[in-house]
Design a protein around this ligand. Structure first.
Ligand SMILES: Cc1ncc(COP(=O)(O)O)c(C=O)c1O
Length: 350
């Protein structure tokens, strides 16, 4: 994402809109390029960036937006591309969770100007480390290839080195050839795995939709193929009978890997100017006044609602899903006892 921003000529003092509910890399990439991340809230129905909030945050300094296709959902790419066209913005899709997902039949990462994919060890397509950057034009691809390769000039489309062109300032963002070879093998296995996950997610949703206090995130009908990294659903704590951290802890105890998800971006201490001493927060502290930021949907998801299930639940056939659903029901049936035990523990630790 840093390479994409730099290839698009985005840098010092430019504003880049990012969602409040994502891994910190989505916001640290603009900072690494010298740009300012402007944090906006996500949509309550799918926890992806809310196009209405993007529109409100656009200023004459806005140059780009980085929608994240979070967990098992995709951001509303139609609305985002319409805003980008109107305001002349670059769109970088953060597809770290969305390898192979499709929007209206188009692959995630091919709709914006750039698509950024993580191949890091936790991802569904992995080479242990590294990533893939898709670029909309041969010119952008040549620039990106050069920045990735210590500034060596590359041919249009990002092909071989081209000595007739000038060097630019770059870094070493190269994927090793061994890692690329692993990706070529992994990508052959990937479609079958993605299909299995998609079928099992449909199966799980039938069961989850019958459990009181569980809210499925809305799958947009334009999100034509689902391919996800983690599956996210929401709970209504009062109706379900407990808070999401207690449910996730109990699921872990039942052998089902579960997580409450990321913190809201405005709770990240690492970006705060005094702590980070990074150039961008230090130079533009007014953008990092986190205490005064209102991001109610992201905060509700992070603090009370979201439950993230690992993709392995969806790769063990119907039995994997049945086990997870049975565990959720068992935990809900024992909500009273679990809440009491959690309260005891809390009292002891204070
Ligand atoms: C949403 C999101 N964006 C970006 C990244 C960064 O990817 P990488 O670790 O490959 O740099 C991750 C996870 O690692 C992520 O979850």
């Amino acid at each position: 994402m840093e390479v994409a921003l730099r290839a698009a000529g985005i840098g010092w003092g430019d504003e880049v809109i990012v969602p409040a509910y994502t891994f910190q890399a989505t916001a640290s990439a603009p900072m690494a390029a010298g740009a300012i991340p402007v944090i906006v809230d996500v949509h309550p129905e799918n926890y992806c960036i809310d196009p209405g909030e993007i529109e409100k945050a656009i200023t004459p300094k806005t140059r780009a937006v980085i929608p994240v296709h979070l967990g098992s959902n995709m951001a509303d790419m139609d609305a985002i591309m319409a805003l980008a066209e109107k305001h002349n913005l670059i769109v970088i899709e953060d597809c770290a969770h969305a390898h192979g997902a499709k929007w209206n039949g188009r692959g995630a990462g091919t709709i914006g100007h750039f698509g950024s994919f993580s191949l890091q060890s936790s991802k569904t397509l992995t080479t242990g480390e590294g990533g893939i950057l898709l670029c909309r034009t041969p010119e952008l691809a040549a620039k990106a290839a050069s920045i990735i390769d210590c500034g060596r000039p590359h041919a249009l489309g990002g092909g071989p080195e081209d000595d007739s062109q000038e060097y630019q300032v770059g870094g070493n963002f190269r994927l090793s050839e061994i890692a690329a070879a692993l990706a070529l093998v992994g990508i052959e296995r990937f479609p079958a795995q993605a299909k299995e996950r998609e079928a099992m997610a449909d199966y799980m949703e039938e069961a989850l939709s019958e459990i009181p206090g569980i809210r499925l995130l809305r799958r947009d009908p334009r999100h034509t193929t689902r391919s996800f990294y983690r599956y996210i659903f929401a709970i209504h704590p009062e109706e379900f009978g407990m808070e999401h951290d207690l449910l996730c802890g109990a699921l872990e105890a039942e052998g089902i890997e579960a997580w409450t998800g990321y913190e809201a971006m405005n709770h990240y201490t690492l970006f705060q100017p005094q702590k980070s001493k990074l150039a961008v927060p230090s130079a533009f502290p007014e953008y990092f006044d986190f205490k005064n930021m209102e991001l109610p949907t992201a905060q509700r998801a992070c603090e009370h609602e979201a439950v993230w299930l690992e993709e392995n639940v969806f790769r063990a056939g119907p039995k994997g899903v049945d086990d997870a659903v049975a565990a959720i029901k068992k935990i809900q049936a024992n909500a009273g006892k679990l809440n009491e035990a959690a309260e005891e523990l809390r009292k002891k630790s204070t």
